[in-house]
Write a protein that binds this ligand. Structure first.
Ligand code: IDP
Ligand code: MG
Length: 140
């Protein structure tokens, strides 16, 4: 995958609260192009595998339960400098620390239930995209 792509999920509590459209609008208005998109229910096993890097963290069990607790919206996004620009758009992990104008400031509930995921590197963007999408599901 090109380095101008990143991967995101709108997380279960944000989907359940009806924020999918508003968050998607913010993403498009910030200049990202959607290359793949799907509504998807993660099993506990899939959520555990996706967040395996955090398996030793104290919040891992809570994170797996939360991420498998309702549907998510997964997307592959394209833009110059996609990974860093998307991390800037979503804001800090804890919404109390997220800057004005960020997605987490607007829509996150707490540090755990924080509305959106954003890849932290080009390498992880590719791994995470391939976890959720097959080649035929990605446009262009
Ligand atoms: P990030 O999503 O901003 O990259 P990470 O540190 O990679 O943050 O953590 C992954 C996810 O784990 C967070 O988005 C959040 O849902 C959850 N998480 C992180 N820290 C905590 C915590 O202290 N308590 C509960 N959940 C947390
Ligand atoms: Mg992270």
């Amino acid at each position: 995958m090109a380095t101008n792509r990143t991967f995101t999920m709108i997380k279960p509590e944000a989907v359940a609260k009806g924020y999918t459209g508003k968050i998607t609008d913010m993403i498009i208005e910030a200049g990202f192009t959607i290359k793949a998109m799907k509504l998807k229910q993660l099993s506990k096993e899939a959520a555990g595998e996706f967040y395996a890097v955090h398996s030793e963290r104290p919040f891992y069990g809570e994170l797996v339960d939360y991420m498998s607790g309702g549907p998510i919206v997964a997307m592959i996004l394209e833009k110059d400098n996609a990974v860093a620009d998307f991390r800037a758009l979503i804001g800090a992990t804890d919404p109390a620390e997220a800057a004005e104008g960020t997605i987490r400031k607007a829509y996150a509930t707490s540090k755990g239930e924080n509305a959106v995921h954003g890849s932290d590197s080009d390498e992880n963007a590719e791994i995470e995209s391939n976890f959720h999408f097959s080649a035929e599901e990605i446009v262009g």
